[in-house]
Design a protein around this ligand. Sequence first.
Ligand code: AMP
Ligand code: MG
Length: 332
Amino acid sequence: MKKVICLLLAAVLPAVFISSCKAKQKKYSATKIMMTTVVTVTLYGGSEEILEGAIGLCESYEKLFSRTVPSSDISNINKSGGAATAVSPDTAGLINKGLEISLKSGGAFDITVLPLSLLWDVQHSAAPPDDASVKDALKTVGFENVSVNGNEVTLKNDASIDLGGIAKGYIADKVAEYLRSEGVKSAVINLGGNVVVLGEKSGKPYTVGIQKPFAGQGEAMLTLALSDKTAVTSGIYERYFEYDGKIYHHIIDPATGKPSESDVASVTVICDSSCIADGLSTACLVLGMEKSAELLKSYGAEAVFINRNGEYSVTDGLTVDTTGTLPMIALK
Ligand code: AMP
Ligand code: MG
């Protein structure tokens, strides 16, 4: 059992991490493995009950959105055989958000890539699948196969849904909303690299580290100063295998059916909504740096890109202070 947990941790540790420093208010923190990642919620102020409520919320949403929980809304949709499936308003809302990002990203983000993710299975594979299998898996992929009518979801063309590219962001937003409603003024929600910070810490913005791609876990390349915002990272180094000198990672380009070959090794999206930031980070990784600009602008989002040569760049709404040990990025 211990070995399984260690392996899991190694595979899924968050791409973004938070610097630790002394807090003035009482700290409540919990870490749990959920949604195939490490979830940490830390409150400065509040109570143990509020913290438990936040973790409980993550658990309930996982039961709704996980494609591997047999009774989840997503499992019910995927085994419906094309029949209209009644789901919770949260699931319908999240699928609608996913479809919106699919449309706006020209299909770079697509909640129906599941057959391709299963085919590539990057956490267990040692070599790429053959082209015929990719072509076959691509047949059922296409977000236009999903329709939402009120709280009913219908799939056509044998499509299947996976919200792995957007659900953590949605859940992080819901946890933030809950904490605010409970009067918590300062907190960090970290769902495997989907970070939301509430307020500030001891009167200063939180410092969020951006992982150096392919370096040891927790080795920051850049830092972000953040208050009342979300930062979500997608990276090709998070889950991958290497074959013949090439990286095959977990983010699929729906146009080719293969792991994205864009110039982006990691992208961190910063905005108000973690759900949007989550969808956008996945989409931008597929689109590449240049084509991402318009999409990010349309959502009023900013981004930090690290390219495959390890060089970083930021969008216009960010500033970089290079006087410290690591470059410190902040909103203008
Ligand atoms: P993220 O870490 O948020 O970028 O999400 C990656 C996860 O989203 C993968 O593990 C897949 O479950 C799913 N995914 C992979 N490629 C795509 C894509 N092009 N669009 C939407 N979801 C994707
Ligand atoms: Mg994402």
